[in-house]
Design a protein. Structure first.
Length: 471
């Protein structure tokens, strides 16, 4: 006989666990099925001898990410403010390092600076004109973000900056992603400038001293014992004629669960691994089949000291932005924890340069990152850089089957949203299918792709389910 449950939730990341918390608080029975042997989804914390590094999502803020900040306070998690004191460094096309004050444009001549500011500000203004929940623009969805930027009169240098944006934010080249999707992605995070900022209110303002997986561990511990079942990948979801939903797992196919409601929180690309009966709508299936991740990998290098902080007599905040094909990481950030005597630079290796880098043997991959940091902070003194290295840590999300083979957030090529506009466009992914509800950070219209978006989506899914169960 199937095990009867009020609500089955698929995925024990932030969205799924938030939904489970709300469902159980309302007095309904709940089981969370997680394919992996851990909770956390796209948050994954790795312990060091001193402190931790976050292999996935790492930042929140206390200004416009109210749900995550409230959860951090509830769990009494210690926060670390991202360092933005002093200079950032631009690695130009020729590999040369150009320091500039954090928050300012890199040091170009006045005409170039005015042009770059115009492109940046136009992107900001255009994204703010869009609806976060349901953006509509046949024109913007018919062209790539690169074509859109070029239509603004962008110089090759401005297009290089646009490449930093798309690579660092979604792992994509601007030639590969719909202009409408990327502008809407910015809108959901409050705008391009807010998402790119490491200062108060920005997307990268606060880190968690014990790591972001602490959020999911904390949520799991709030649930009744046995609610979360690890190593339980879902194989099929079958909606029956009597309104119940039968859920089977790959490892226990003869022990299905019979639910009144199902909430799935797995990323859109990973929904391909689940058999739905009846099939999902053509519009939802088109979205799922069209989603694609770019190349996106974080590499953390642990050092003996924060040698980069005062190498020039002027404080460096550790931020590197790179135009150069000589360097693999689009962006580098200081993710140190002084209280733990932990000194770390995190390299965001993304887009086409990341793909080329990933094809190299491991020693050459590490050498390329060492060279990038040395060029940025030590005038190319590679020997000195290497003398500071303690260890190198990375994690290849593209190999994560249960994540849909990628991170952080899947994107669409031009035309997909427009093709399903009559069915709901961007809102299709979040639409319920009978008694099956869909959550996850990709379904959020607030901080999509971030932990805040995940938690908000989980709460939304729980509200939908509870409203139906209480009828």
């Amino acid at each position: 006989m199937p095990e009867s449950i009020d609500v089955v939730i698929i995925g024990a990341g932030l969205a799924g666990l938030t939904a489970a918390r709300e469902v159980t608080k309302a007095g309904y029975s709940c089981v969370v099925l997680e394919a992996r042997a851990r909770v956390g989804g796209r948050t994954y914390t790795h312990k060091l001898d001193k402190g931790i590094v976050d292999l996935g999502a790492a930042w929140i803020n206390d200004t416009n990410q109210s749900q995550m900040f409230a959860l951090a306070e509830e769990l009494k998690l210690e926060l670390i403010e991202q360092n933005t004191t002093g200079n950032a460094v631009l690695l130009d096309h020729d590999g040369s390092a150009k320091p500039f004050p954090y928050g300012k444009l890199p040091p170009f001549d006045d005409e170039t600076t005015t042009h770059l500011a115009h492109i940046r500000d136009t992107v900001e203004a255009d994204c703010q004109k869009l609806s976060a929940a349901r953006p509509t623009s046949t024109h913007l969805d018919s062209i790539t973000f690169a074509a859109y930027v070029q239509s603004l009169g962008a110089s090759p240098l401005a297009l290089s900056i646009a490449s930093i944006w798309t690579r660092a934010m979604v792992g994509q080249e601007p030639e590969d992603v719909s202009a409408l999707l990327f502008l809407n992605y910015c809108k959901c995070g409050g705008g391009l400038l807010q998402m790119r900022s490491d200062q108060k209110g920005g997307g990268q303002h606060l880190r968690i001293r014990t790591g972001t997986q602490s959020f999911s561990e904390g949520l799991k511990n709030m649930l009744p014992a046995g609610t979360v079942r690890l190593s339980s990948p879902v194989d099929s979801i079958t909606q029956q004629g009597d309104g119940h939903v039968l859920v089977t797992t790959q490892n226990t196919p003869d022990m299905p669960l019979l639910a009144r409601k199902v909430i799935t929180s797995v990323p859109g690309p990973a929904l391909k691994h689940i058999t739905f009966t009846p099939p999902l709508s053509p519009a939802k299936r088109l979205l799922i089949d069209s989603f694609r991740y770019g190349f996106y990998q974080k590499v953390m290098i642990v050092f003996k000291t924060c040698f980069w902080a005062h190498t020039t007599g002027i404080p460096n905040c550790g931020l590197i932005q790179s135009f150069s094909d000589l360097h693999p990481a689009a962006v580098v950030r200081d993710t140190s924890s002084p209280l733990d005597d932990k000194h770390v630079l995190t390299f965001f290796v993304a887009g086409n340069p990341g793909r080329a880098w990933s094809a190299l043997p491991k020693p050459e991959r590490e050498e390329a990152l060492f060279r990038q940091a040395a060029d940025a902070f030590l005038s190319g003194d590679l020997a000195r850089l290497k003398s500071e290295v303690v260890e190198v840590i990375d994690f290849e999300w593209r190999n994560e089957h249960w994540n849909g083979y990628g991170c952080p957030s899947p994107c669409l090529a031009p035309g997909v949203w427009s093709a399903i506009e009559s069915e709901g466009g961007a809102e299709v992914l979040a639409q319920a299918a009978g008694n099956v509800h869909f959550v996850g950070t990709e379904t959020s219209d607030v901080w999509r792709g971030y932990m805040e978006g995940a938690v908000r989506s989980g709460a939304r899914g729980a509200r939908e389910v509870l409203a139906d169960l209480k009828r």
